[in-house]
Ligand binder design. Sequence first.
Ligand code: HEC
Length: 137
Amino acid sequence: MKTSILLTGILLCTNVTLAEESGKELFNTLCLSCHTINPNKGITKVAPPIFAVIKHVKSAYPQREDFVQQIIDWVEYPDKDVSLMRGAIKKFGLMPKLPYKQEEVRKVAEFLYDKKSTLPTWYKKHYEEKHGQNKAK
Ligand code: HEC
């Protein structure tokens, strides 16, 4: 009995510490160094801006849980055969495999899915040039 109370206590504490770092903060720590989040910056970094990533992954995986799982799988093992952004691989090279904790990547992915973002006009143009009929929303 005591042990289970203790365990529950430990689990609750762990959850609390995890909850302290929000998906946004984790994104800033884990992804921002390569993926810019600022729509006015253009493609200046070493990787596509994050709204472009969100757009591609959401088009292929519109359901939240599928989207989240795709991001988790990708970060764990980037693979050009399952890439949704082959043009980006040509331009920037394949994303390196990153030894991140799965539960942290999950929070980042949930933050990215829920994040309201409007695509900047320059990017809509770029997307429509690349994808033709498949208009950027
Ligand atoms: C060291 C630089 C770097 C970091 C850090 C990084 N990425 Fe990337 N990422 C890239 C590059 C370069 C690409 C474009 C090429 C590609 O798709 O592999 C990319 C592409 C992606 C894609 C598109 C995959 C596809 O279908 O081609 C996703 C999703 C993604 N990143 C998610 C993340 C998330 C989430 C994080 C943080 C947890 C992150 N990345 C951190 C460099 C990085």
